[in-house]
Design a protein around this ligand. Structure first.
Ligand SMILES: *Cc1c(COP(=O)(O)O)cnc(C)c1O
Length: 238
């Protein structure tokens, strides 16, 4: 992808988010763009940064660490870990990311809390919810969500910020909205239950369903393909 194409696609993604927010009757700054850069080279991330993008999402720990090392001079870049989280990778995630979107069990939360380096701000956490109820998918069930949230809120090195979901693909905009509405309602219920928590984040919406997610209150949309183009390498997480 050339620089020219990246600037076009990033501009188009920003306009698309602006239009979706306007259609939903929401403020222009009510949601922001997370650029999902998995499988894409560090040079392309640097180019997006030069074009003003600051938040990037990565799925694979080692790949992300390699790119972070190459981009260490970009000191205001914000790294989000959005992929499946394995216990043996939690130390690297705790030390090298500002956000994690894929916490779905207490054991992994406790490891991240214990491993977050003392000199760093608390790690921002979204709990991943299995919102479509698919047996094979990661994510906490809606039934188990309140007790997991309560456990994470008690961990001093984690800052619970909200919820994330990757719904099953749906054919129509109406069908796309239903799981996003459930995630929004789940966040509202947590806010009512834990009024002192800073629960301000709904991480939902990707290249194929951004509009439906924004209609239902997304505050952080995770766009990969729409910004960086198709991924060549097959990946297991989408
Ligand atoms: C890959 C990925 C995305 C981006 O998907 P696109 O369809 O390319 O926009 C968003 N969220 C997660 C968790 C992903 O793994």
């Amino acid at each position: 992808m050339t620089d020219l194409v990246l600037s076009d696609s990033l501009t188009a993604a920003r306009r698309r988010l602006e239009a979706a927010l306007a259609d939903a009757g929401r403020a222009p700054d009510a949601a922001r763009l997370l650029a999902v850069s998995k499988t894409k080279p560090a040079a392309l991330i640097r180019e997006a940064w030069r074009l003003g993008q600051r938040e990037f999402g990565e799925n694979y720990v080692q790949e992300a660490l390699d790119k972070q090392a190459e981009l260490a001079d970009l000191d205001d870049i914000v790294w989000h870990f959005i992929g499946p989280l394995q216990s043996n990778k939690s130390r690297d995630v705790a030390a090298h990311f500002a956000w994690v979107h894929s916490v779905d069990r207490e054991k992994i939360a406790r490891r991240l809390n214990d491993q977050r380096p003392a000199g760093m701000a608390p790690l921002n956490v979204c709990l991943q919810v299995n919102i479509s109820g698919e047996a094979s998918k990661s994510g906490v069930t809606l039934a188990a969500l309140p007790s997991l949230a309560e456990a994470v809120l008690a961990m001093p090195r984690l800052s619970l910020r909200g919820l994330m979901a990757i719904p099953a693909p749906a054919q129509t905009p109406t069908a796309q909205r239903a799981p996003f509405a459930r995630l929004r309602e789940a966040l509202e219920a947590l806010r009512a239950r834990f009024p002192d928590a800073e629960l301000d984040t709904l991480s939902m919406g990707m290249s194929g369903d951004l509009e439906a997610a924004v209609q239902e209150g997304a505050t952080l949309v995770r766009l990969g393909t729409a910004i960086f183009g198709e991924r060549r390498r097959p990946d297991t997480n989408d």
